[in-house]
Design a protein around this ligand. Sequence first.
Ligand SMILES: [Zn+2]
Length: 145
Amino acid sequence: MNCPKCNNADTKVIDSRVVDNGQTIRRRRECEYCQTRFTTFEKRGYTELMVIKRDGTKEMYDKAKLKKAILLSFAKRPVDQEVINTMIATLETEWSLQGNDVTSEQIGADVLEQLKTIDPIAYVRFASVYKSFASLEQFASLLQS
Ligand SMILES: [Zn+2]
């Protein structure tokens, strides 16, 4: 974290404390060049993302579960793990920028949107994984699009 005054990158932490019920770490920093003191807040990133399920209940976002579902849709198809990892990381960033909650429908729709350009067979298979979350009409229109 660069100094806000002189932009020097060498700053030292002079005090750290946990605030916000353990959700945030507040750090006092001091620039080693101009001695300006400033505060940074450290929060957990997308790992605290909550998924709102179709029935309205929430559960912790589970990256491993999502990746497994995506890889399942690639069964017996060539798949580049890096492409999948990058795709998941990109989507996680988008979701966490929108807030702490993401609906299971949005996850499914966003993954589908990505798969469309990566592999058409995996796309259709993934659509069928998510059909239990969407109405039959939505599923049908997915297959037709
Ligand atoms: Zn400075």
